[in-house]
Design a protein around this ligand. Structure first.
Ligand SMILES: N[C@@H](CCC[C@H](N)C(=O)O)C(=O)O
Length: 276
């Protein structure tokens, strides 16, 4: 069974997109997703994105991290599939409904409303998520925000001075976070500017994380460090994040189609049922 794919990225956070709205796909499970995502033996990506028909929206977007885990939200992939769709789209995700709109600056996405309760992050036990009384080495007193998926944010003087490859996985897998966590280290450079690096749950250090930019901007706004519209600059480039008066988060930035191709599903261990 041959499967068409589109390779896309948002600021270098890269995706394999499979469009199940137009082609039959084999069942996508963790093993198939991680085999495709492998950069040595697969096609390679940070996230596998699967589009399916939806009863409640224009289509459904499923998101698999490179380790195969299926998750609730992906900001950069939402812009990428928004570009692919070519017109405004209401997109169903495990994290809720998101709305993408093509704009002059790329694609704008209404990402939903942030959540701050400890059990909505989720954390393992009750805690003030605005200034968490926890530390991992020099990373102290983070804020936790759920923007469809879970994030913890540390404000530091220089995000590039943090050894994320070492400390990121320690925090990601700490028992405080029963569903693991995306780890953000951010520096405030002006009332409207943040520098950010993200260790992504299930994918590691990526060039950009859209939900990380949203969660970090909201965390900084909640602490009064920045205004309600801010540019978040990641290693792959900038995103503009706005926290509207109606509590909706809006992310705007570019998306890119890199190339199209096809592969044989059996090469990646897809379990294809043959009807007889
Ligand atoms: N790269 C994404 C986030 C992908 C999911 C994340 N790793 C998670 O496990 O929640 C983005 O652009 O938001």
């Amino acid at each position: 069974m041959r499967i068409d794919f589109t390779k896309m990225h948002g600021l270098g956070n890269d995706f394999i997109v499979l469009d199940g709205r137009v082609h039959a796909l084999p069942p996508v499970d963790a093993a198939f997703a991680s085999a495709l995502a492998d950069r040595h033996t697969g096609i390679g990506c940070d996230q596998l994105i699967v589009l399916e028909p939806s009863m409640d929206a224009d289509f459904r977007m499923r998101i698999f991290n490179a380790d195969g885990s299926e998750v609730e939200a992906c900001g950069n992939a939402t812009r990428a599939v928004g570009l692919l769709h070519g017109e405004p789209a209401r997109i169903e995700t495990l994290g809720g409904l998101v709305i993408s709109t093509p704009t002059d600056g790329g694609i704008s996405v209404q990402m939903g409303k942030p959540r701050f309760d400890w059990n909505a992050i989720p954390l393992a036990y009750a805690m003030d998520t605005h200034a968490m009384p926890v530390a991992w080495e020099e990373l102290v007193n983070p804020i936790a925000v759920n923007v469809g998926n879970p994030h913890v944010i540390f404000f530091v003087a220089d995000p590039y001075a943090i050894d994320m490859a070492r400390i990121g996985p320690m925090i990601e897998t700490d028992p405080l976070f029963p569903e693991r966590i995306n780890v953000n280290v951010a520096g405030i450079t002006a009332r409207d500017a943040i520098t950010l690096r993200v260790w992504e749950r299930g994918a590691g250090l990526t060039r950009a994380c859209g939900t990380g930019a949203c969660a970090t901007a909201i965390g900084a706004m909640k602490r009064g460090l920045v205004d309600r519209r801010v540019t978040v600059t990641l290693p792959g480039g900038p995103l503009v994040i706005e926290w509207r008066e109606d509590n909706e988060i809006v992310m705007t930035g570019p998306a890119t189609e890199a190339f199209r191709g096809s592969f044989d599903a059996a090469d990646f261990g897809a379990h294809i049922r043959i009807a007889i």
